[in-house]
Ligand binder design. Structure first.
Ligand code: BDR
Ligand code: CA
Length: 321
């Protein structure tokens, strides 16, 4: 059984990702921590609580974390992508939270869950990396309790928020740099290049909606997100970025990965938040370019696309794939 914590900023695809873990009976979902991102922290926190209530998981503690990035200005939100409340304006259709929010903050909950764990814990950060950077800075001794981080973020061929940067990395580049360059914890990075290829179409969403009340409730969160992808990509479907990362967290190896040093551009300018992935053969690297000498990140590069879509559908429909 995978012991898992999700750090998240729901967000439609975050909602799918949380449900994926919450409905998988081979996963110990130890907790969910929230961060600013797609919408402000109060909304992401409420959304996370409601998705867990939908999945009848009031055993899972939720704690709220950072409401702004580590260093720079207030972030840009993603309301045009995920809707006014982060869930296509439909969050009120979800059940009310069935468990009180933890009185401690996200870093404190993360630390106490890691301290209590008797085996390594996987953390899936699927929003800005602010909480995770703060955790590693405040509790360096706990890094060894984290088996790996499976991060949704980055783009090798460019971004979705700026020409250079993907939303999660762009939202807090200093935090992402801290986590990816720090080298304390093995990281798997699931970038846009792969998540876009894993997009699910209207027929897939129709099957989800028909699978039962939870599937129908998740499908009902998608109208604004669908409209975004219709406009942005001319595609009748959605990109479930974060669910692709959580699939790898709960079924290690479902994505094919390749090791490479990854660095984050933190200068203020057009490249801010870009992920620089060094794909040169290792032997050719000069050790003067700041990229060599590790740490290496496992970058997700490929998967069985149809197999992944069926895995997601089976789990979201409450079937054990
Ligand atoms: C990432 O940004 C957010 O809008 C999504 O939830 C996902 O985590 C994709 O770039
Ligand atoms: Ca997200």
């Amino acid at each position: 059984r995978t012991k898992l914590i999700i750090d998240t900023d729901p967000g439609v695809d975050d909602a799918f990702a949380i449900a994926l873990a919450a409905l998988s009976d081979d996963v110990d979902l130890l907790g969910v921590t929230t961060v600013f991102g797609n919408v402000p922290l109060t909304a992401t926190t409420r959304n996370a609580q409601r998705v867990l209530a939908l999945c009848k998981r009031d055993d899972v503690p939720v704690a709220a974390g950072a409401e702004r990035p580590l260093v720079h200005r207030q972030p840009r939100e993603a309301r045009p992508v995920h809707g006014s409340d982060g869930l296509s304006g439909r969050s009120a259709a979800l059940p009310e939270p069935s468990r009180e929010l933890e009185s401690t903050d996200a870093v404190t909950l993360l630390a106490s869950l890691l301290e209590a764990a008797d085996e390594p814990v996987t953390i899936a950060p699927i929003g800005p990396l602010t909480n995770i950077a703060a955790l590693l800075a405040a509790h360096p001794g706990l890094a060894s309790r984290i088996g790996r981080l499976v991060i949704m973020g980055g783009g090798l061929a460019g971004g979705n928020t700026t020409a250079a940067a993907e939303f999660n990395i762009w939202s807090d580049p200093e935090a992402a740099h801290r986590v990816l360059a720090g080298g304390e914890v093995p990281c798997t990075l699931v970038p846009l290049d792969l998540t876009h290829r894993c997009a699910v179409d209207a027929a897939w969403l129709g099957r989800l909606a028909a699978s039962g009340p939870i599937g129908a409730a998740l499908d009902a969160l998608t109208p604004d997100y669908l409209a975004h992808y219709r406009k942005a990509l001319g595609f009748e479907g959605i990109v479930v970025h974060d669910a692709v990362a959580v699939a790898e967290a709960i079924r290690p190896g479902i994505l094919r990965t390749a090791p490479a040093p990854v660095r984050v551009e933190c200068s203020v300018g057009p490249a801010r938040g870009a992920t620089i992935v060094d794909r040169r053969p290792q032997g050719q690297k000069a050790d003067t370019d700041g990229l060599t000498g590790g740490p290496f990140t496992e970058v997700a590069v490929d998967t069985d696309l149809e197999g992944l879509r069926e895995f997601l559908l089976d789990r979201l429909a409450g079937r054990r794939a």
